[in-house]
Ligand binder design. Sequence first.
Ligand code: PMP
Length: 429
Amino acid sequence: MTRSQELFEQAKQTIPGGVNSPVRAFNGVGGTPRFIEKADGAYITDADGQQYIDYVGSWGPMILGHNHPAILNAVVETAKNGLSFGAPTSLEVEMAERVCNWLPAVDQVRMVSSGTEATMSAIRLARGYTNRDKILKFEGNYHGHADCLLVKAGSGLLTFGQPNSPGIPADFAKHTLTAVYNDLDSVKAMFEEVGSEIACIILEPVAGNMNCIPPVEGFLEGLREICDQYGALLIIDEVMTGFRVAKGCAHGHYGVKPDLVTLGKVIGGGMPVGAFGGSKEVMQHISPVGGVYQAGTLSGNPVAMAAGLAQLNELDKDGVYEALSAKTETVAKGFKAAADKHGIPMSINYVGGMFGFFFTELEKVTRFDQVTECDMDTFKAFYHGMLEAGIYLAPSAFEASFLSLAHSDDDIARTLEVADKVLAEIAAN
Ligand code: PMP
């Protein structure tokens, strides 16, 4: 038995499923999750001492690689002054100014402690601001686990939400409409039906929770137009993409102005952080200036703010995003070239520091239903082949993979060498 296997068995006694967040249990790929002992740069090391080149990066935030000295130093130095005060600090002001300076759509921002809190609060604000109850999300987009967001589409043109999880009263989910990502007509149909009751559209500007699916041309612009036409707010959920796809986030990259933006992960540098922001007019509806209640004991935690600011300082340097994009492109194209070489159908998507690969005959994957039709057996075989050889990819065909600035040319070359070998073995079987 490996140490990870031992720990997994032990963990299952006292933690449901042995994990504190479901995807970590390797349900999507089978086998034993690796218990991680430490990480440095592009590498993580498990409890058995096996080192991996990491393409998960804590699901996005480790954009500089693990253990970056600037972040580590900021955390240690800030912690020396105390861990939490439940009172305002100058670090929060600095973080708010940084976010507002970098994102023209954001005049004011409120810090929270997770992406779930960010989206939950943004939706409450959109409902309070518009005085409407319904919200529209997209099937396959994940925005955290607030009750009204754990809803996926059934069939039919106008699909009123059915809860996706026991424990959510149908009454809580019935105001959630679900449309098809990258299909404007599915959105228009709902707005034609009940547009005056819809408070907001919420979406991932590059979907990263159904593998990696960028928006098709005109999709984001079309959503902006529909929102303007019906007086609904456009919430762009950048929890995964924010400051990873580009310095101006994904909405800046694609040139679309949101009413509210939600952020997370990257602005915490690995510490628990989220945020939501928008125009002053909308944000002034938040308590204590406005009536929409929102709060958090640990919100704007000084150590988390310091870590996030240190990370953003590094991301402000010249050429950072160009370098990250180039690394990502090399990996994604390398996977595709290896698959082609061995006659295995594969399609790839990549943007900024995130990428996805799909075992499919389709040239381009743009929709959720296409992801569900991909060859999951080949994905699992590829995943485990890579893992055994020291390459740690996202353990699910429904998650994007992530690059960091710490991934060297040698790391990438090694990754592609392994991919070539694993795909050759799959082709031979
Ligand atoms: N929104 C998006 C787009 C996400 O990817 C996630 C989590 N991966 C969340 C919200 C929820 O964030 P958290 O897990 O920090 O609650």
